[in-house]
Design a binder for this molecule. Structure first.
Ligand SMILES: [Zn+2]
Length: 262
């Protein structure tokens, strides 16, 4: 999960990360983290003619929500830097007290943007790999990044009675997909290598650790498409299994530009 990797960043790294996220969201950076003086100014960005004072808070040790006391004199700070807007960029969330305070500023016609952990977890998968690579040292190991743990769906090995989840972090290196012929039909199969490699009697197969790289997944998709055009009947469950496989791989997909499968 990105969450753990986020809490490995130092407060200073958090500000640099915030700069990249805001840039990704379309903001122009006027004063970046290194130039920030003090008095609660971390950054100044601009969007659509409005200048925003950015406050980055990273409670990476306590993981506590940011409260009113940590964010004092917001209005004074905005005015001091001639900003008409304020961006809260927090690696946690804000307390109800602070949220109410922000709301009251909004009601006074200030532009308020709240970016909290949940929002950041949604934004990260839309960012380019090479940007994320600046902040997270081993992005290939970031796992199941697209879904919250509660939504995670395992992919169970197709060999009867083997109930292993072949896309769990520990099992990925030992898992594969391929095809087999039976009754003049071609079947798509996936599972542990030792469970299914004997059945996969067709010359094309792929490792799960390989097709989790998007470039490799695109290759594998064209293999599946070409099998379809070869005038061989597909089994009734072919597309159902292909759908399960694609859905599962999506959960562990490594975005473009995050290195290649070797
Ligand atoms: Zn198995």
């Amino acid at each position: 999960m990105y969450q753990d990797d986020i809490y490995k960043l130092t407060p200073n790294q958090w500000e640099w990360f915030a700069q990249d996220v805001l840039f990704h969201l379309g903001y122009t950076v006027q004063i970046g983290p290194s130039e920030g003086v003090d008095d609660g100014l971390d950054m100044i960005v601009e969007l659509g003619g409005t200048k925003y004072l950015v406050s980055c808070k990273h409670n990476f040790k306590t993981r506590k929500n940011v409260g009113v006391r940590a964010e004092s004199d917001i209005r004074d700070r905005m005015e001091q830097h001639s900003c008409g807007g304020f961006i809260a960029f927090y690696s946690t969330s804000a307390t109800t007290g602070l949220k109410n305070k922000l709301l009251s500023l909004k009601n006074k016609d200030y532009e308020l943007v709240e970016i909290y952990l949940d929002n950041i977890l949604d934004i990260i998968p839309t960012m380019r790999g090479f940007i994320l690579q600046k902040h997270f040292s081993r992005p290939q190991e970031l796992h199941h990044q697209l879904l919250q743990e509660t939504e995670y769906k395992p992919l169970i090995c197709m060999k009867e009675d083997c109930e292993k989840d072949i896309i769990s972090q520990g099992n990925i290196p030992w898992s594969m997909t391929g095809f087999y012929h039976e009754d003049n039909k071609i079947h798509l199969i996936y599972g542990c290598k030792h469970c299914v490699s004997d059945y996969a009697n067709y010359p094309y197969w792929a490792e799960i650790s390989q097709i989790r790289y998007i470039e490799q997944m695109l290759n594998w998709r064209s293999v599946v498409d070409n099998i379809k055009t070869k005038n061989i009947e597909l089994s009734e469950e072919f597309y159902e299994h292909w759908a399960y496989l694609q859905e599962a791989i999506l959960q562990i997909q490594i975005p473009q530009g995050w290195g290649r499968w070797i």
